[in-house]
Write a protein that binds this ligand. Structure first.
Ligand code: ADP
Length: 719
């Protein structure tokens, strides 16, 4: 044997020694050439006694018979039947192979597995499954229910007995909505469902594939956990926190109020020591107030009772506001507060007050955790479809190991640097919830000792987020709203609300019908409940936004679950939680349709890019817009629908701007339509008189603000 062979041999022996399976090799002359420890036990023999002896020394006649069979018929295994060897039942596999040493004939390798032992394993597994509190369901690869444990029966009820052996989906077994979200099986993601029967049980379901050793799927296993009690406890806790916090606020208000009065000298002179003590009371009651507010916020967020009002927000305004609010605090800490905002930041879709709160929290931290002074910068920029806001400081920074927990409740970095700085560890967790509910993300980057940057993103506000109608077109049915809800009763309720208000209502109960009606009738707005029978409402939303024919139609998502973030991300114009309040619904629809009071502006330019960009700005400001690309089209549009104002380019093919002005201003029917002339070229002096008839001129290039300002001021003059 070479050294390598010797090593190889030692490895094989070690492996065989450690195996639970028995290995025996019988050579072509029926002599026992190899027998490992497991085989000694299984066959009840001693290796020293049987090695090199005839196979009959094993005293296992059945095995000898199998040996003969394997030599004649090739590999043999007893997976169907087991061998009974000295009272043990053994599963055997026999594999013949050429006996190289002896030249002729075949050796046979025998693998022996203790069936009793694997039965033990199975029983043990079943005992474990029987004892677990979670329901377990096992499905075969073709989707038949093959096993469930007693806990599954407790949760689902005796009807589960009927499903064994049948092809049935989990949703059918649970008799619930929603159906398993797509891809949940592959990822093993958990989803929740409320059972119809037994009523009001809430379960959490996790389905994962069962793979064999080669990685092939041999079925799925679903774990079902009854989380009703957990939910009830969480609700009770939230209610408790909410009640206590409200109760605490009342006495605290008077404590704070009176201390403030005393400090301000309203109760007579106080001496320096009294002042010092009272200021400590003041400071601490302020801390208590902010702690209570944070607790209330957390309980609102966790119970889903937080109401977010999504509207287009001017991030720059919020930044300027926050910088103003924290100027004194920054000065006191010798922190220089800087703002850096790139131009043309679009408006973000968010809740103004709540985003203000997030921003203030980050700015206050930046100053608070910069005890040695330094610079705090609030910056904003656009990144694709997001508006990004970042607050950076040159403060104490955070070690990498402390960064993971930053956004968890009550998390505070514990170090000599932070111990003296007051705080509850709730702020960032509230910020995270708010930002994520609005469809954004939040993150932190930091270098210990150098400083930190906290950033968050919000989706850019879709152009129809404010009361804005779609571009006026001849096909747009006036005042039609499409109501999509799988429940006909709910749909007809919404229809009643809207019909009372004067809208024509179309209803659809399935995604397919909705998509068809939307493309066919191009309604002014769509209300969409995301729970539909034939498809996920979010898919429908995506489909509507992806189809150029329907992309412009504002969609109001109605849902019983808090889907605001997802809805806005997918392009919804607004979101309302069910049950909806009649007035709120009608208000939002009015706003979306914009038919009530939006002034109509006609934009005329042969450059489509210009018409587009002006339309977008105007729509974002709540105007209705009618486009025209030359003088003739402009005149046709004016005759079809009288605009409140007209933005007009001068140099155009066919009929130029001068002619348009002349025609409109000399027709008594139309002469009072204000016209704003957009001029890029030098004005033709010989036709100055005509220009003078127009209300105003704006020289190109102009800024969006400038234009909107002119339009707004002209229209208010009109009114
Ligand atoms: P609080 O400031 O009330 O403790 P937060 O949730 O706002 O609670 O912050 C959690 C923790 O994150 C803080 O306790 C602090 O340790 C760390 N942290 C937050 N902002 C900064 C920052 N700008 N620089 C350094 N550490 C910070």
């Amino acid at each position: 044997m070479s050294n390598e062979e010797r090593r190889q041999d030692a490895r094989v022996r070690a492996l065989m020694g450690a195996s639970h399976e028995g290995f025996v090799v019988i050579d072509s002359e029926d002599r026992i050439r190899l027998l490992n420890e497991a085989a000694e036990t299984q066959l009840g023999v001693e290796r020293i006694a049987v090695m090199y002896a005839h196979a009959s020394a094993l005293e296992a006649p059945e095995l000898e018979a199998a040996l003969v069979e394997a030599r004649v018929n090739g590999p043999w295994d007893s997976s169907a039947a087991t061998l009974d060897v000295k009272g043990r039942s053994l599963a055997c596999t026999l594999i013949p192979f050429a006996d190289v040493e002896r030249g002729a004939g075949e050796s046979v390798a025998i693998v022996l597995r203790d069936e009793a032992r694997s039965m033990d394993d199975l029983e043990r597994a079943e005992a474990i499954l029987d004892a677990t509190g979670d329901g377990m369901l096992v499905f075969s690869p073709d989707g038949a229910l093959t096993y469930f444990n007693p806990a599954a029966r407790d949760i689902i009820g005796p009807r589960i007995d009927d499903y064994v052996g049948t092809h049935v989906t989990l949703a059918e077994i649970l008799d619930t909505e929603p159906l398993l979200p797509e891809g949940a099986e592959a990822t093993g993601a958990a989803w929740e469902a409320t059972l119809v029967e037994p009523e009001h049980r809430i379960v959490q379901v996790r389905t994962s594939p069962v793979l064999d050793s080669s990685g092939a799927s041999i079925g799925t296993v679903s774990n079902i956990r009854d989380i009703t009690t957990e939910r009830e406890m969480a609700m009770m806790k939230n209610e408790f926190v909410s009640t206590v916090s409200h109760e605490l606020r009342t006495p605290l208000t008077s404590i704070k109020g009176y201390v403030d009065l005393i400090v301000d000298g309203e109760a007579g002179e106080i001496n320096e020591i009294q002042r010092e003590f009272l200021e400590i009371v003041q400071e601490n009651s302020d801390r208590l107030v902010s702690l209570i507010n944070d607790m209330l916020d957390i309980s609102r967020i966790e119970s889903g009772r937080i109401h977010l009002k999504v509207e287009p927000i001017e991030i720059t305004d919020l930044i300027v506001g926050a910088a103003g609010t924290f100027k004194t605090m920054a000065d006191q800490s010798s922190v220089e507060l800087v703002t850096s905002v790139t131009e043309d930041i679009p408006r973000a879709a968010g809740d103004r007050d709540r985003i203000g709160q997030v921003l203030m929290n980050l700015v206050s931290n930046a100053i608070k955790y910069s005890p040695g002074g330094g610079t705090a910068t609030i910056a904003a920029r656009r990144d694709g479809d997001d508006v990004i806001v970042e607050v950076s400081d040159t403060g104490i920074g955070i070690k990498p190991e402390d960064q993971a927990g930053l956004f968890s409740k009550f998390y505070r970095v514990d170090s000599s640097l932070t111990r003296d700085i007051g705080g509850t560890g709730l702020g960032l967790s509230i910020c995270k919830s708010i930002v994520e509910l609005l469809g954004g993300r939040i993150w932190a980057e930091s270098e210990f000792g150098e400083g930190s940057t906290f950033g968050f993103s919000l989706p850019v506000a879709p152009p129809d987020l404010v009361r804005t109608p779609a571009v006026e077109g001849p096909d747009a049915a006036a005042g039609t709203v499409l109501v999509v809800d799988r429940d006909p009763d709910v749909a007809s309720l919404i229809e009643t609300y809207l019909a009372k208000r004067g809208y024509d209502v179309l209803t659809a109960h399935s995604a397919q019908a909705a998509a068809q009606l939307a493309a066919q009738h191009r309604p002014r707005a769509i209300t969409l409940d995301v729970m539909l029978d034939d498809s996920d409402g979010f898919d429908l939303l995506q489909q509507l936004k992806g189809n150029p024919e329907t992309a412009d139609i504002p969609v109001l998502v109605l849902s019983v679950v808090c889907d605001e973030g997802k809805s806005m991300r997918l392009g919804a114009a607004n979101y309302l939680e069910k049950p909806v309040n009649q007035k709120r619904l009608v208000d939002v629809i009015d706003g979306l349709v914009g038919s009530v009071a939006s002034p109509l502006v006609l934009v005329v330019d042969d450059d489509r890019g210009i018409v587009d960009s002006i339309s977008r700005v105007l729509k974002a400001k709540g105007f209705a817009v009618m486009p025209a690309y030359d003088g003739k089209e402009a005149m046709a549009a004016v005759r079809r629908k009288r605009p409140h104002l007209m933005l007009l380019d001068l140099k155009m093919p066919e009929m130029d701007g001068y002619q348009v002005i002349q025609e409109i201003k000399t027709d008594p029917e139309m002469s009072d339509i204000p016209i704003v002339v957009m001029t890029a070229h030098r004005i033709d002096h010989s036709r100055m008189g005509i220009i003078a008839m127009a209300a105003e001129q704006v020289p190109k290039p102009f800024s969006a603000e400038e234009l909107v300002e002119r339009v707004e001021s002209l229209l208010t003059e009109e009114a």
